[in-house]
Design a protein around this ligand. Sequence first.
Ligand code: ADP
Ligand code: MG
Length: 626
Amino acid sequence: MALLQISEPGLSTAPHEHRLAAGIDLGTTNSLIASVVSGAASVLSDTQNRRLFPSVVRFLEDGGTETGHAALSSQHHDAPNTIASAKRLMGRTLNDLNGLATSLPYQLIDAPGMVKIRTIAGDKSPVEIAAEILTTLKNRAEASLGGPLTGVVITVPAYFDDAQRQATRDAARLAGLQVLRLLNEPTAAAIAYGLDQAIQGTYAIYDLGGGTFDISILRLSQGVFEVLSTHGDAALGGDDFDRRIADWISQQCPSANLSISDRQQLLHHAKNAKEYLSDTDIAPIAFELSDGTNIRLQLDRATFWRISNELLNRTLKSTRQALRDAKLTNQDIDGVVLVGGATRMPHIREAVATFFGRPPLTNLDPDAVVALGAAIQANVLAGNRGDHDWLLLDVNPLSLGIETMGGLVEKIIPRNSSLPIAMAQEFTTFRDGQTAMSIHILQGERELVSDCRSLARFTLHGIPAMNAGAARIRVTLQIDTDGLLSVSARELTSGIESAITVKPSYGLDDAQIARMLTEAQNKAGDDMRMRMLRETQVDARRLLDATEAALAQDGKTLLNPAELNAIRQCMHHLVDVIETEGVNQIEALRQASETLNQATQEFAARRMNHAIQHALTGKSLEHLAL
Ligand code: ADP
Ligand code: MG
């Protein structure tokens, strides 16, 4: 259905037509693009047969850019204009980044919503940097596949929040790509291994990249992956292993006086040695420092493992925490997937195997698994798989809720919840004796009904007449794996029930979703004020209703005409205030409600006494003692 859209808009396929679609792993260190060609997913290489594309963009004075390998090689002589690791900045403000800003070789400046980077070509948003990378990958794919891409699936870390996901979508739009879906990186890795073909299972995805470590626990049931927990360390990756080797090298030659460019050389050779040690037992390290000193060393595996063991242990600590968060033990895991170039290190593989008591899945290239899984998903979403005319979604893209008093939306299922999902909330009646309740289901992030999209309405009839607030109506929203929404409402004291299944025939496209989200972000302040106003209005009406009911019952017997008149005056005033929209309406409503409250205090006290006397009439003291 719509929000849970089944085939993407405009993508219903004519038979035998193959649409070009690709999966993109937009990584912190390296990015890749892959596609399903003749039934098998494969990574698309550049003209020099390189598959990894460094996620680096250099801005030039004339407004031009260099990306990938070209930018990477400029990094050491033009660091302030050469932006690496921009993924860490996506959708983040300076405040979100804590200390990170000071450790970067380029200058960050604060901007509303997201930081910017000061370059020779002006201030650049991380979204523009990601768009440069995506554009290069898009061109690579279109050249190699021989036509324009219909759509792409882009992967994001499972822990990415709305702002980070939205920034990724915006980058794709800037690059002229149609995003079929954002897919969680661990889910993509699991799909690459075909784990989604099983009936069910629980999997651990261990991802050690260049500068980040992520562990995710996924559960597959009925064809849908649910992220049970994620943990990790945003400042721990393959680069830290390079630093340990660089430190070791400098300890071997204590007399050397290292310049900044020596330190960079050291890191470069350390990285080579690290990667070399994944295939051999001993790595030769030979280069010359700027003062002419010759470095000639050999690093063996045992030494490397010893000096990097603490880093490895930190990843296992996170893994333990992720299992705890998912309330599982390593015994519950049916499969372990290794992701990220740094998991090529044999001691990592051994440690992970020992930890889980089973060998991890490693037959796919760990740098490529995420892109391959994304490519498989993109192929399905583009409609190239005839055997699937519907698709499974792993999250719902917009919040679902129901209308409450005052034209407000109470969200029940938050956006990005993984599917299937069922969530319930209790509501109550607003008026005394109310016997029906109209249930209006809405989709969107805004606070007011008029700003969200109406999906369906139905009425729960037959609620037993009770005082306002006494009925307990539980409304349950459920989205199944086919993306079908059903809503049921049940009055708990009487058990009467009503239900509806919602399946709109049209959907929201990504642009509409993006617009609704941007609006929600921009209007958040207005919405809060509007929500407060509506709530105050509802409270005021409730007070009027209650007073009216009390007057009808006891007004004549307990009040003299002057007192009755005073209360009526206050009620009229409150009605006037409710009907006069204005900037200070909330305050005016509060004052008028308070005045009415004051005016009815004496009346309330008399009613109470009256009620007690009535209850006492004819009862003996013994009865009361009970
Ligand atoms: P990201 O997800 O951060 O973009 P990648 O998955 O591409 O990163 O991982 C990059 C890291 O993998 C780098 O630290 C790199 O040195 C490391 N790496 C790549 N190949 C090997 C190898 N053969 N042995 C050890 N580490 C490797
Ligand atoms: Mg990665």
